[in-house]
Every structure is written in C-alpha cells, then in structure tokens.
Design a protein around this ligand. Structure first.
Ligand SMILES: *Cc1c(COP(=O)(O)O)cnc(C)c1O
Length: 469
C-alpha cells in the first residue's frame, strides 16, 4: 500500500509535463488545450494502473512520458477522418462513406455553404418553404411519383413513415422480410419503437398475396414490403409481385410502403444486376410510398428519400419526428446536383463515380491492372506485382451475393509480411485500403477511378518501401 502511495507521489504533475520539451513542441502543433487534455488523461490512467498494481514496469520519467503523450496525439491525428483510396473492390463500403460524390455535387456544396442560401425560403414569394422543395420536383420527375420528401437516411425514412402512418395500429410484413440492416436496426424493434404493431405474414421462404389478404383487418395501418438488400432467400421461395399486392392494398384501402433500400434511379440490369428494384418501377407497380437511401446506388449524399402519394406525404411531413430527421443544406445541394445529372442518363453514367465504376468493363479493368502492375514491378524490389482476375461487390447491403467480374493487382513477397504492407498502406495519407487473400495483397481497381491509378501507384511504392524488414 505504501509502495503504491510512493508511486502515486512520484508521478509527474501536469505542469511538469507541459513544461517538458516534447510537449512544448506538441503545443505548437496541437494547441495548449489538446496537450493538457492528453497529459491529464495519461496521468489519470497511470494513477489507476498504480492503484491496481497493474504497472507493467517502472513508471516512466517526465521526458519519456511526455514523448509517449506526444506520440498518442500524433497517432490520433493521423487516424482521424481523412481521404481513403478504396482498393477493397467493395464499391459501396459503409465504413468508407458509401458513394463518392460527383464533382458537380461537391461544387454545389461549396456554393451553398460559402455564404447564405435559401434553404427554407421560397424566393418567388419571399415566404417560408419546405426544405425538401429544393429536390422534390426533381425526385418526382425521375420516379414518376406525385410528391417527395427528404430525411437524413433511409433508416430515418422507415421510422418516420411508420410513426406517421401506423402508430397504434398494425403493419403487415412478410416473415421473410423481417430484416436487420446493420448497426442493430432490426425491423421488428423499429416497428415497436415507433408505436406500431408488427403482424408477420406468410413464412420465411413463401408468402402469397392471400396471406396478406387474410391478415388485413380494421387494425391494419399499412403493408410494408422490404427489399432483401443484404441477404437472399433462394430455392423453394416465393413472394408476391408488387403489382398484385398493390391491387389488394388498393381494394382494401391500406397504404403499400415499399422500402427498396438501395435507391436505383436507373435500371441496374445494364450492369448485370437485374434484381435491384428501380424507384420508378416500384411507383409504376403501385407502391404508395417508396423509401430509399441517397448514398447507395443513387450515388449521392447520405439521406433517406420518400416518394409517393401527396396525401400520405403530408402526414409524414407533419409528424414531429420529421423535425429531428431534417437534412442540412449540404445534403440538399449535393442531392440536387446529383439528381440534375440523372436528367440525361448518359451524363449520369459519365459523371457519377459509382455509375462510372459500375460501368467499367472487365477489359478496361484488365488494361488498368496490367499498367499498374507494370509500373510497380521495376520499382518494388521485394514484391512481385501481377494483374489477376478478381471479383468486386456492390456492397453497402446491396446485391449481397452477386460478384462482379473484375481485375486486381496482386502483390506477393517471399521476404516481406503482407500484413505489414497492408498496415503501411493504411498509414499513408491518403490511406489505401486493400484486401488480403492467401497471404497476398490484392488491390482491386473496380472501386478505384482511372484517374486515381497514378497516385495509387505512388502510395503503394511508398508503403512497400516502409514495409521492408
Ligand atoms: C440500406 C438499407 C436501409 C438503411 O438505409 P440507410 O440509408 O443506411 O439508413 C434500409 N432498408 C434497406 C432495405 C436497405 O437496404
């Protein structure tokens, strides 16, 4: 015990640490507040370790401790939000911010944020307006819907639609569609949280229109159809056509809500993904509300889009939860610029990064992989670089089981550790994220834009140099 007391007394003071050479240098870079905060944190952790007699070794001297604190500040700064080259081959990687924005969208964000913008003022009348108005008409044009509304993500859109239309009553959902979409967002819990009651219909693999018909009562507030984005039920499986379900919903006067998840505005069959629902087709088939994300297949900013019947959207917009899910002006500007590109689909294919990536052919990818490998080969002494055919994935909970034929550069070494190279690639600025397979590092070019090949090559060279033993 007294030993502990001595050890506690021997810990340096915050002011002694701040006076030390390493932390004076750190103060110039990070500012006094940050350094003081880090010093206090380090000391309190040491105090706990001393009290629990958990110190691995003798306590450090002032300078050594100060150096460690400065190092932690450095590491933290390097690991904070920064650009990443995504060589994972997963095009919509939620951990990497999903869809990269088109240059037009980036410019639009800068334009509205440098000064003021009329986010909620109608300039023609000078009156207060709805902020979704900036994009509502474009969304109606592109989906054929009567009205549109915007919230901050699709999980929010689902929550808001249920809260506004189904609180206190029942929502019919097929057993096979009771999904969890990640981050613990489980549909049964969401339905309960927002005051509605779940009424599962059918079975996991088979649900028919008659199952819905038999479940409809006066208590039924809505039928919710959820696109199975992140899983697939195959084999002996059946679910009703949306057209047939919508006929039943109309006959019974029950709104049909379709959560299509990924939000394709154009048909992804052209990229070999025929199962992906298109917003306009869902409206056409008779869905009363269609919900989708802005940052998945649409290729825009994070947001949740609700399109459909004006009458239903009025209730949605009036619900108090709507205010808590409000989008900011950056989102509005970026989405508006992205939707503008869709007015001419060939322009969308040229300008929206996600569509450019989807649209790259295996031949184009092979040529790029050969070029990158040829560039790296003479410059990497310990690594062998070669182009290999590979598979890419759309990701982001979209089209889970569908591999897209792709090309990668494979790096293989007899003398260096592949994990060390991967670590060094992540330590770059910008960081590079790659995949490891069978002790080889794979740089997939499907999730890299052609103009990034050159800087990617330079970053790989730098990391390989640093990963030498
Ligand atoms: C991705 C997804 C969501 C969630 O969308 P976020 O924009 O990430 O909140 C909801 N439903 C389905 C079917 C999805 O695929």
């Amino acid at each position: 015990m007294s030993e502990n007391k001595n050890a506690l007394r021997d810990l340096p003071s915050v002011s002694a640490l701040l006076e030390s050479e390493p932390l004076r240098a750190a103060t110039i870079h990070y500012g006094r507040l940050a350094v003081r905060w880090a010093a206090r944190k380090a000391l309190s952790e040491l105090r706990v370790a001393v009290q629990q007699s958990a110190l691995a070794s003798e306590p450090l001297g002032v300078t050594a401790l100060a150096e460690r604190i400065a190092e932690e500040l450095n590491d933290h700064e390097a690991a904070a939000l920064q650009p990443v080259f995504n060589a994972t081959g997963i095009l919509l990687h939620t951990g990497l911010g999903r869809a990269p924005l088109a240059a037009e969208a980036v410019r639009a964000i800068a334009e509205v944020s440098e000064g003021y913008c009329n986010v909620e003022i109608d300039l023609a009348s000078g009156q207060r307006s709805q902020r979704s108005q900036a994009v509502a008409q474009l969304l109606c044009h592109l989906t054929g819907a009567e009205a549109a509304h915007l919230v901050n993500n699709n999980a929010g859109a689902t929550a808001l639609a249920l809260a506004a239309l189904a609180a206190g009553r029942e929502v019919l959902v097929s057993h096979g569609q009771l999904i969890e979409i990640g981050g613990g967002f489980r549909l049964p819990d969401v339905i309960a949280t927002f005051g509605a009651r779940l009424r599962p219909v059918g079975t996991t693999n088979k649900t028919r229109v008659s199952d819905y018909a038999e479940a409809i009562t006066e208590q039924t507030a809505a039928i919710l159809v959820v696109h199975p984005s992140n899983y697939a039920i195959t084999g002996f499986a059946q679910s009703p056509r949306l057209e047939d379900l919508s006929k039943l919903a109309r006959d019974k006067g029950v709104p049909l809500i379709h959560d299509i998840g990924s939000g394709a505005l154009i048909d992804f069959a052209q990229f070999g993904c025929p199962e992906e629902p298109v917003a306009s087709q869902s409206i056409e088939a008779g869905a009363d509300l269609v919900l989708f994300s802005g940052d998945k297949l649409l290729g825009g900013p994070q947001c949740g889009i609700i399109v459909g019947q004006g009458r239903l959207l009025e209730s949605v917009v009036k619900h108090p939860l709507n205010r808590a899910l409000r989008v900011d002006k950056f989102t509005l500007a970026a989405l508006r610029a992205t939707l503008h590109l869709y007015r001419q689909p060939e322009q969308a294919l040229r300008s929206i990064p996600l569509l450019r990536m989807m649209n790259s052919s295996p031949d184009q990818l092979r040529v790029r992989a050969e070029r990158l490998a040829a560039r790296l080969r003479p410059r990497l002494t310990d690594w062998e670089a070669k182009p290999v055919s590979d598979e890419a994935f759309v990701g982001g909970g979209t089209i889970p089981d569908q591999a897209i034929p792709s090309y990668s550069v494979e790096l293989n070494s007899n003398t260096c550790e592949v994990q060390t190279l991967a670590d060094q690639l992540r330590a770059n600025a910008p960081a590079v994220l790659a995949r490891i397979r069978e002790d080889k590092l794979l740089l997939c070019l499907h999730s890299i834009l052609p103009e990034q090949d050159e800087p990617l090559g330079a970053l790989v060279e730098k990391a390989a140099e640093k990963s030498k033993v």
